[in-house]
Every structure is written in C-alpha cells, then in structure tokens.
Design a protein around this ligand. Structure first.
Ligand code: AVJ
Length: 316
C-alpha cells in the first residue's frame, strides 16, 4: 500500500482465552435476560460471514464509510503532521486503512490492532500520533463503555493526538432493519454462528436450528439489537451446566448504536476528546469524526496565576 513501516503489537495472552469464553458464555446465559458478548462473533466462519455481510445490498455501512473516507481523505490528510504514526484499533489493514495511508504519504509508521494495548511502542512515542477506529465498531459498545474506551485511548495516544473515528448515524428503521436482517439470511447465519462456535469450542449441545435470528430497532436507546429467539422449550448442556430456554425466550447477542451527531459529540467529550471536524455522508448517513485533545485555547496549567489568567481570558 505505502512505504510506511508496519509494527504489530505483541498478541494478547491466548492461554486463558478458552476458559474466559466459557465464563463469559455461562455468565451471559445465566442472567435473567440472556446475553452473549458480540466480540465472540469473529471466529474464522464469523469473520467470513461478516465479509459477506459487507457485500450485501442491504448492508450500507461498510461501503458508505469507505466512500466517505475516499471523499474526505485529502482533507483528513491536511491535518496529519509529517513523520506521523497511524495507530489502528480494530481489525487492521483494511481497505479503509489503505485509503488513509495512500492519501497521507507523510505517515511514516503504521501500527495494527491496538485494541486492549496500554502503551505505545517506544519507536512511535516521539511522533505525532493519529489513532484510527473505523467500521462503527464504537457502536457495539454500550455508551458508558464507549466513553471509557475514549478515555483509555486518550491516555494511550497522549496530548496532541488526533483520533479518526467512524460511526454509523441514526436513520429510519426502514433502512436500518434490512441491513441487520437481509433477504439472503447472511446476517442470520452470522448471528447463529455464535451458537455453532459455542458448541464446537465449548463442547455444548445447543440446537442451533431451534433459534431464530431477529433484528430490532430500539428507539429509546437508538440502537439496532440482534437477538436469537428460542423457537421451543429446550435445555442445553454447556460446560457442567444445564441452560434452560423457554419458547420465545431471547438471547441478546449484539447492540449496534446509531448516534445522532450531537449525541456522539457529547460522548467523545465525556471521554476526553473534542470534535475538530465531522463529515457526514449523503443518505444513508454515516459519520467520520476527527477528534483532537484540548486545543490551543485550552487552559495550560503552569502556575496558579496562569490558570487564573486563562480563565479570565474567557475561552470557556
Ligand atoms: C461492523 C461490527 C460495527 O454493528 O454493524 C454487522 C457488526 N452485526 N451485522 C455492525 C454487524 C451485524 C457491525 N460492526
């Protein structure tokens, strides 16, 4: 793609992953309202199905974001300082990353999936830092988790960093629902594959065909929810436990929040960032937000007197 040096962080510790998966599944399915964490969708088959979703006519999200990024890449690039490091959160090395890197030859270093990483490699610590979190994955977090994520990324990337975030925006349920319940049933297969994975990796006995895929628009929370609905009374063995489902009982498998731009701005501000520029696509609307840390008009604390004079300067 470009000549930027690529660094991959040390993979997360894989040894405890199996039992954490079991713990998370049992915790979710033991709750009064059953849930499963959406992060477990992405085994090999789940990733393949997600790629297929991105090609669906109903699933506008990926192509709309990519087209918007292509459109605004020169404008984004103008904010990126020479010698910068691009730090990506999420899957990494996507077509979207290529769009950013190709438009910004001044980026010297590209570092892949930084989800969960607490410290930047020393090689990039002295560089201008640009974070990149495309895909509207931010929408899969609860707002409080998203706020927390923004705060942690703010601490990781440091003062003066930029952060480019893609977020899907609220729109008519007539557009949203088919995107999460397509005619070919690819999203249904993606949702059910979570149960296939639990059976395979945890030796469970879930009857995958006895769960129906359902997408719901939750207006109050401004989010699409994916559910798996039990089509009959059934009991499944998972680990040492027997999990009972009654007919019509729901496993809530995913939230995909669809923000209004002002709500998204309030969220990033609670997380310690500021929206420097926001771009919105034509319908179906998708947002790319360029965030920065406090601007030049912010209060720089060097002495109590300085704080006082900054305040009386009336910038807030
Ligand atoms: C790309 C992970 C944000 O919420 O739209 C696609 C995942 N779920 N279809 C989204 C997903 C159902 C997707 N993310």
């Amino acid at each position: 793609m470009t000549s930027a040096t690529t660094i991959q962080p040390t993979p997360h510790d894989a040894t405890s992953v199996g039992s954490r998966f079991l713990d998370d599944v049992l915790r979710g399915l033991s709750a009064r309202r059953k849930t499963l964490p959406s992060k477990y969708f992405y085994d090999a088959e789940g990733s393949r199905l997600f790629e297929a979703i991105c090609e669906l006519p109903e699933y506008y999200v990926t192509r709309t974001e990519t087209a918007l990024l292509v459109d605004i890449a020169p404008e984004l690039a103008a904010f990126v300082a020479g010698g910068a490091a691009l730090v990506e959160f999420g899957s990494g090395a996507s077509a979207k990353t290529r769009v950013i890197l190709d438009a910004s030859p001044q980026i010297d270093v590209y570092i892949g999936d930084f989800t969960g990483v607490l410290e930047l490699p020393s090689a990039v610590q002295s560089r201008p830092i640009v974070g990149f979190f495309p895909g509207s994955t931010i929408g899969n977090f609860q707002p409080a988790e998203a706020e927390d994520f923004f705060r942690r990324v703010r601490a990781l990337l440091g003062d003066g960093a930029l952060f480019i975030v893609g977020a899907d925006l609220a729109k008519a349920p007539e557009v949203l629902l088919p995107a999460y319940d397509d005619a070919d049933g690819v999203t249904a297969a993606f949702n059910r594959n979570l149960l296939v994975r639990i059976n395979r990796e945890l030796g469970a006995s879930l009857d995958v065909d006895a769960f129906e895929h359902r997408a719901v628009w939750n207006e109050a929370e401004s989010r699409i929810e994916m559910h798996l609905v039990s089509s009959r009374d059934q009991t499944a063995r998972i680990g040492s436990r027997a999990i009972v489902f009654i007919e019509g009982e729901v496993i809530h498998t995913e939230n995909s929040h669809k923000y209004r731009p002002d709500a998204f701005e309030a969220l990033v501000e609670r997380g310690g960032w500021r929206v420097k520029t926001a771009w919105t696509s034509d319908a179906p609307s998708f947002g790319v937000f360029l965030l920065d840390t406090e601007g030049p008009e912010g209060i720089v604390v060097t002495s109590p007197m300085n704080v006082e004079s900054s305040r009386s300067g009336g910038t807030s």
